[in-house]
Design a protein. Structure first.
Length: 433
């Protein structure tokens, strides 16, 4: 395990430009989708994060090789020699491993998959995945933590999700592209990463209607009809939000090159409510001009607001640690409500070590802003909380030491280097012996 720490000292306003890498929550699913077709697919705007390597190892064990052929380019090679068995020692390292279920079941009719691991912040059962696939003709057995799935050939079905689950939408979608007939997914997740996956599947030859909406219509094609394709990964809206939060607590003016305003409309509205100035720059709002992005500047103290997490286009739960950190130094009292996942306030104790006045109770946290935090040693419990603790360090007097850096590395492409380039006093160091 990585024993490094991130050291942060308050250094004043941030200034400059930062390029927003491709989305972790998209690229892992795109990599899994290459199981659907033989040939070589090339993905660009791929972030240099640990989870890409873990997913690459998992897919290699199944039969698809990944090769990083440039700073942000990965080549996925599927020579057709697939073994639809996902080994436990790789699956348990990453929750996105569940995304091999749909492609393998739809194309090969059988899968043996251990229940996935990843960040530990509460139970995220896969009941909706299995229920949707069962409606398409799949059968499942769960024995000793291993899901055994079978299907002669999946058939189209009308499926209404109980909740707009991202994972269930993705698995049903990737299974349906090879199912016989038409599959309709109602109450589908609408996240930009879902649309990114749909667009990649269409480039591979799939027939998908309703992209970006809560109703997806998939006309299945015969197994073997899909082909490899090239695709550019959408920018990471969570990484973009992290740099917005860094400017919010530090002050200054920064350009987020490549950030997509249309993927963060609700978040940007709430950040403006807190006092941030944010404008879209360059190119079209849809991100068609690679030179586009967002400009953000902040002066003075933030204002407190109340926030609740909701499925997209609402405020994502991944944004919440950043929002709580911003509220910790804002003027007033803010209430944050978690509607999606239990157990996602555990980083609050770490923020309290920095002097934050936060009271968490069940699904709610009451945050009373203080003028300034104080540096202290803290530990990252997961990816997003780790980034939020780094942001908190930017607003703290003295030195903040963040341990558990391996969590941050799973989802952030050189967070330390990008913040340092904006003027932050930040570095990675080996943990003391």
């Amino acid at each position: 395990m990585n024993d490094e720490r991130i050291l942060i000292r308050r250094a004043g306003p941030l200034r400059g430009e930062v390029a927003i890498p491709g989305a972790k929550n998209s690229v892992l699913k795109l990599m899994a989708a290459t199981l659907l077709a033989d040939g070589t697919s090339t993905l660009t705007n791929v972030p240099d994060i640990v989870d890409v390597g873990i997913m690459g190892d998992l897919l290699a064990a199944i039969g698809v090789r990944s090769e990083r052929v440039g700073p942000d380019t990965v080549r996925m090679v599927n020579d057709g020699n697939i073994s639809p068995v996902a080994p436990y020692e790789l699956v348990e390292r990453i929750r996105a491993s569940i995304n091999v279920l749909g492609p393998l079941l739809g194309r090969f009719g059988r899968v043996s998959l251990s229940l996935p691991g990843g960040d530990d912040f509460g139970s995220r059962p896969i009941d909706m995945h299995l229920k949707g696939l069962e409606a398409m003709g799949a059968t499942f057995e769960l024995r000793h933590g291993v899901v055994e799935a079978r299907a002669e050939r999946l058939h189209g079905a009308d499926i209404t999700l109980d909740f707009p689950s991202v994972g269930a939408t993705e698995n049903i979608l990737t299974a349906a592209v090879h199912a016989k007939g038409t599959t309709v997914i109602d109450n589908a997740a609408r996240e930009p990463e879902i649309a990114d996956l749909c667009n990649f599947l269409v480039a591979m030859g799939a027939h998908i209607g309703g992209i970006g909406s809560s109703t997806l219509v998939i006309e299945g094609v015969e197994p073997g009809q899909l082909h490899a394709a090239d695709h550019q990964v959408v920018p990471d809206r969570i990484q973009a939000a992290t740099y917005l939060a860094a400017v919010a607590v530090s002050g200054g003016e920064v350009v987020l090159r490549g950030a997509r305003a249309d993927h963060m409309e609700m978040l940007l509205r709430r950040f403006r409510d807190m006092g941030l100035s944010i404008t879209t720059i360059g190119g079209a709002l849809d991100g068609s001009d690679a030179g586009g992005g967002l400009a953000v500047w902040a002066e003075g103290r933030l204002r407190s607001i109340d926030v609740a997490t909701l499925p997209y286009p609402g405020i994502a739960t991944d944004y919440k640690p950043l929002i709580v950190t911003m509220l910790a130094v804002a003027d007033g009292v803010g209430i944050v409500t978690e509607n999606l996942y239990p157990g996602r306030f555990r980083y609050v104790e770490e923020l309290q070590r920095l002097g934050a006045d936060i009271r968490a109770d069940g699904h709610h946290a009451v945050v009373r802003g203080v003028p300034q935090l104080s540096g202290a040693p803290v530990r990252a419990p997961d990816i997003r909380a780790g980034a939020a603790l780094v942001v908190a360090g930017l607003a703290a007097d003295g030195e903040t030491s963040v341990a558990g850096v391996h969590h941050v590395d799973r989802g952030y492409d050189d967070l330390v280097g990008r913040l340092a380039a904006l003027g932050a006093d930040i570095e990675r160091v080996d943990a003391p012996a």
